[in-house]
Write a protein that binds this ligand. Sequence first.
Ligand code: NOJ
Length: 756
Amino acid sequence: MKKYAFGVLTLLSFSLVAQSKNTPVEDQVEALLQKMTLEEKIGQMNQYNGFWNVTGPPPQGGETSDKYQNLATGRVGSMLNVRGVKEVREVQRLAVEESRLGIPLIIGFDLIHGYKTISPIPLAETASWDLEAIQHSAALGAKEATAAGINWTFAPMVDITRDARWGRVMEGAGEDPYLGSLVAAARVRGFQGEDLSSPHTLAACAKHFAAYGFSEAGRDYNTVDIGLNTLHNIVLPPFKAAAAAGVRTFMNSFNDLNGIPATADKYLQREILKGDWNFDGFVVSDWGSLREMMDHGFARDRKHAGELALNGGSDMDMESYIYLDYAKELLQEGKVTQEQIDDAVRRILRVKFELGLFEDPYRYCDEKREQAVTGSEEIVSGVLDMAKKSIVLLKNQNNLLPLKKEGQKIALIGPLAADKNSPLGNWRIAAENFSAVSVLEGLQSYPGNTITHEQGVKLINKVPAGFHEEVDINTTDKSGIEEAVASAKDADVVVMVLGEYGFQSGEARSRANLDLPGFQQELLERVAAVNSNIVLVLMNGRPLVLNWADANVPAIVEAWQLGTQSGNAIAQVLYGDYNPSGKLPMSFPRSVGQMPLYYNHKSTGRPGADGEDAGSVFWSHYIDEKNSPLYPFGFGLSYTSFEYSDIRLSAPQFSKGGTITAQVDITNTGKYNGKEVVQLYLKDHFASATRPVRELKGFELVELKAGETKTVVFSIDESLLQFYNGQGQWMAEPGAFTAFIGSDSTTKRSAEFSFN
Ligand code: NOJ
């Protein structure tokens, strides 16, 4: 590999195309485009991985030989996984100071939930239903990542998902398109801020376009076959919301959708995204997804893959190097057009100009800032705050929680109790391994009680070195159970920390079982046999099957993977210094056989009251399990209690252009101050295409002091009734509706209205 010496250079020598603040971006893009050769244009459409962390099989063939050389000759538009000011400056210098036109690189990175300081996994953050907090969390991540040279994140993942077997549920906002849309927009706003050219903000990327979350059987990368009804009503809304929030890039998905690999899907990318939605940013492929069209059996060879992808609307090729190798030939043969290439390059340059990269390609390369910002107090306290807000209290029989702060003997048990790695989750590329505060450490910061700690069983046999390694679950060694049981016998309260290892969810981590892995269930049952005063703290990246625990354990706390400050957040919740208010963004099943499971299902021609005698066996159900989840979407408890009044509607009907309001009074009837997510669901009784049994259409996070009452008012207008109907139109159809308002998706509190 060639070596280059990096000297100190003046701004003047950077490039032929320094950005001028006064010239509109579009003019600058056009002027630059005019100067570019075909090779230089194609170079912009090529994205290289850095020198670390390959998230897929390495490419075969193609111009992979000398990345440095290609950078210096303008054959690379973007890099991913280059990080840290030193590295970024190095590659940027090659592009800017060596290549003919000096076009800066856009530096991409999977900033999914925190850069070095890790915030809760996105599924957990969504459980806060706190859009401001979610936006702020993204902004803090952006602040830390941009200080390390990054100017583009491959987030948010806005894939709606109904199948907990899919490992990437941790990375999204769960099962609901309404909540998912608001969270998508909040994350985009957080990452991109008000001003994309600020050195503290970066370009966001809505991914994976589209329907990746619907991969069959929850198996990652698997085929997706869904109709237009589900595509438009469920899958697309969060993408549309991200586009409306101004997201500057999209990433397409690995899956084929109804027979067409998303990378080549003209309907999605050209018709809907760039057509109907007027999206003027660019679309990057997923890792090697151009090349994978050969494995899909859709492209005959690499060149054909390039033709399909470019025609399909993929502007930038991540790690297939196919545009680099074939775009010119394809153009000469008339298989792709000059307009298509120009359009792709224009989009890419536009975002680079907006980021201010032409004005100063090193604006994200300030070592002093990197040092000051990384792990700063502001970011650490931000992720702690987000972590507390993400916790969901699933059960609290006899008010076992909060724990007393003094005089208690606590037996802390479980393979995740002292784990400093798992709380970081799977996406933590820049974080130091083992850098999370464990539950043990969190509890130890409260000195009034005596804590004993027993692992009980190991969850895994060896710690995976990173991303690529399989998690080796311990299925042979139960030798620690006896000691754990002995410690429990003696304790006033047992805190058990069980769940999934940090690398058991995430990309390529689909599971066919949703139970507690390894010997954890056995450990739980053995401990419960000697001391029933158990607080079960769960750490997991997806919904789990928890029937036994629900029936036998008095207190259950869903603590997901909460990031760097995990143990502190959990301790503050267990001790009542923070009253939990999280609500589940996904249904928790009773059995893996219920997958896919979601609250906003259709009624079917044979609905029935779940668990009740339907009068015959011939209705839509299982003969060996209920239809309903164990814990429904939107569910979560508090240390206090809330009472709702009946719903008051301002009118029983409204027409096009009109509005009605639905309001409730909510009272904090317990003794703690607390927060409640008041949720509005609507049911459309009859339509030209079948409609879900109910759909979330509003929510408000209300803070109430003990004894306090507040009124929550929801406005209902036509937009909340609109859907992709039987004629393929997005519209509200006249008819009868029910509004439900309550504390989760099963609420029966309702009022009827009509729209005409
Ligand atoms: C593959 C993943 O699907 C995608 O989400 C990610 O951004 C890329 N790898 C880059 O790491």
